[in-house]
Design a protein around this ligand. Structure first.
Ligand code: ADP
Length: 385
C-alpha cells in the first residue's frame, strides 16, 4: 500500500483518488515531483492510473474500499463524478479530509441543483427549468436543450429537442434540465484552483471547438481570441463560482459567449478537465499538479501561459472495438512542439478518449493549424474491426 513519501513538503504526502482514469493517471504522473504519492480506487482492473500508482480494485461506492483508500491517504479526492456524494459524506463523517467536499460534489453532479446554485449565487445562467414530464417541456417551450440531470458527460446526456416526440424520447434518461437554446458565438473555458485557505489561481481563458458528429469538444485553443474585457468577465465569474461553492481543488468552468456579447456560465467540473490538458506543456504549473497542490494545502503554482497551445482528444474511430491500434501517432510524436499523451487503455470503443495531443508554438494560429493537420492524420482503430 501507499507509504508516506519521505520528503513531503508539509506533512500531507499521500493522496487517495476515487477513480483511476486518465485524470488520476496524469495526477499520479505529476505527484512525485512535488513530494506526493498517490493511491487510486477504480472498479476496472489495470485502470489507466495503475501504471503510475497502486490501485484498489472496487466499486466507487464500496464503503470498505473507500475506507481502505482513506487509511492509505492524508486527503481523498476524485477524478470522476460517478462516486456518490453520500459515500464522500460518510468519509467526511469519519474525519477524513475530502476535497472537493461531498457538498460541492452533490451540487455539481446534479445539473439542475448546479444551475439553481449558480443562479442563486448571482451568476449569469440562461433560462432553465427542471422537467420530468413532456408537458413540462412543452410549458418551458420547444425547441430547447434537454440535459439528463445526472450521469451525463461529454455531451452524451445533452440533446437539442424540437418536437414533443423527441422530448418524450429523451426523457427516458430520467429527470432532466431544460435550457433555452443559447445563441453561441464561442465556447470558452477557464481552469481555476482554490485551496483550503481560499486562495485562488486562475488560468488563461481558452476556446473550445465543438465536434457535432461526436458531440464532444475536440480542440482547445489557448489563449482564446476574445477581448481582455470578456476574458476578465470569465475570470470574475469563475472566482465568484468557486468562492460560492467554498470549493477546494481545481475546477473547469465552461462559458458561452453569445453573439450579443453576453458571457453565460454553462457548467462546472470539480476536477481537472479536458479544457485544461494544454496546461501540462503550455503553463508554468499543470492543472494536475495544481489540483494536488490545492487539495494538499501546498501553495498554488503560477498559471502563466508560457506558449500558445492547441490540444485535442484522441478518440476511438466511430467503428473501433477491441485492442487499440494507433495510426499516424509516430509522425505526430516526431514533430517538434507536439506532445502525445496516451492513457494506457487496453480497449478502444467508438469515441472513447484514448489520449490527447497538445501542440505548442510561438503563435496561436500556428499551434491550431498544426493541431488540425495532426487530427486528420491520426486514427485509432480496433483489433475487432
Ligand atoms: P456535458 O456536461 O455533457 O459536456 P454541456 O452542458 O457542456 O454537457 O453541453 C454539451 C454541448 O452542448 C455544449 O458544449 C454546447 O455546444 C451544447 N449546449 C449545451 N447547452 C446549450 C444551450 N443551452 N444552448 C446551446 N447549446 C448548448
Amino acid at each position: 500500500m501507499n507509504t508516506p513519501p519521505p520528503h513531503s513538503i508539509h506533512g500531507i504526502g499521500r493522496i487517495g483518488i476515487v477513480g483511476g482514469g486518465q485524470l488520476a493517471r496524469m495526477m499520479a504522473e505529476a505527484a512525485p515531483a512535488i513530494g506526493l504519492s498517490i493511491t487510486v480506487l477504480d472498479p476496472a482492473p489495470n485502470a489507466p492510473a495503475s501504471d503510475f500508482a497502486p490501485q484498489i480494485v472496487a466499486a466507487y461506492d464500496n464503503l470498505e474500499a473507500l475506507q481502505a483508500l482513506a487509511a492509505a491517504s492524508d486527503v481523498v479526492t476524485i477524478d470522476i463524478e460517478a462516486v456518490s456524494a453520500a459515500s464522500l459524506a460518510a468519509l467526511e463523517a469519519a474525519n477524513v479530509r475530502v476535497a472537493p467536499s461531498s457538498n460541492v460534489l452533490g451540487i455539481i453532479q446534479d445539473k439542475l441543483l448546479q444551475k439553481e446554485f449558480l443562479s442563486a449565487a448571482g451568476l449569469p445562467v440562461g433560462r432553465y427549468a427542471g422537467v420530468d414530464k413532456v408537458e413540462e417541456v412543452i410549458a418551458f417551450g420547444l425547441p430547447c436543450i434537454l440535459k439528463a440531470r445526472r450521469h451525463g458527460y461529454d455531451g452524451r446526456g445533452v440533446k437539442l429537442v424540437r418536437t414533443t416526440a423527441e422530448a418524450s424520447e429523451f426523457l427516458r434518461h430520467g429527470p432532466c434540465l431544460a435550457e433555452e437554446i443559447v445563441d453561441i458565438k464561442r465556447e470558452l473555458a477557464v481552469m481555476i484552483a482554490r485551496n483550503t485557505a481560499g486562495e485562488t489561481a486562475l488560468y488563461p481563458v481558452v476556446e473550445a471547438e465543438f465536434d457535432p458528429a461526436a458531440n464532444i469538444l475536440n480542440t482547445i485553443i489557448a489563449p482564446a481570441l476574445v477581448s481582455p474585457e470578456i476574458a476578465a468577465r470569465c475570470g470574475e465569474q469563475a472566482m465568484q463560482a468557486v468562492a460560492a461553492l467554498d470549493g477546494v481543488g481545481i475546477f473547469g468552468i465552461e462559458f458561452f459567449l453569445t453573439h450579443g456579447g453576453e458571457v453565460i456560465l454553462n457548467e462546472i467540473s470539480p476536477r481537472p478537465h479536458n479544457s485544461g490538458h494544454y496546461t501540462i506543456e503550455a503553463c508554468a504549473t499543470s492543472q494536475f499538479e495544481q489540483h494536488l497542490r490545492a487539495v494538499s494545502g501546498l501553495p498554488l503554482g503560477a498559471t502563466t501561459l508560457v506558449h500558445p497551445a492547441a490540444s485535442f482528444n484522441l478518440l476511438g474511430a466511430p467503428d473501433a472495438h477491441g485492442e487499440p491500434a494507433y495510426r499516424g501517432l509516430d509522425t505526430a510524436a516526431a514533430s517538434p512542439g507536439v506532445a502525445v499523451h496516451l492513457y494506457g487503455k487496453h480497449r478502444v470503443s467508438p469515441y472513447r478518449k484514448m489520449g490527447h495531443v497538445t501542440v505548442t508554438a510561438s503563435e496561436r494560429s500556428e499551434a491550431l493549424q498544426k493541431a488540425n493537420e495532426l487530427q486528420q492524420l491520426i486514427r485509432i482503430e480496433g483489433s475487432e474491426q
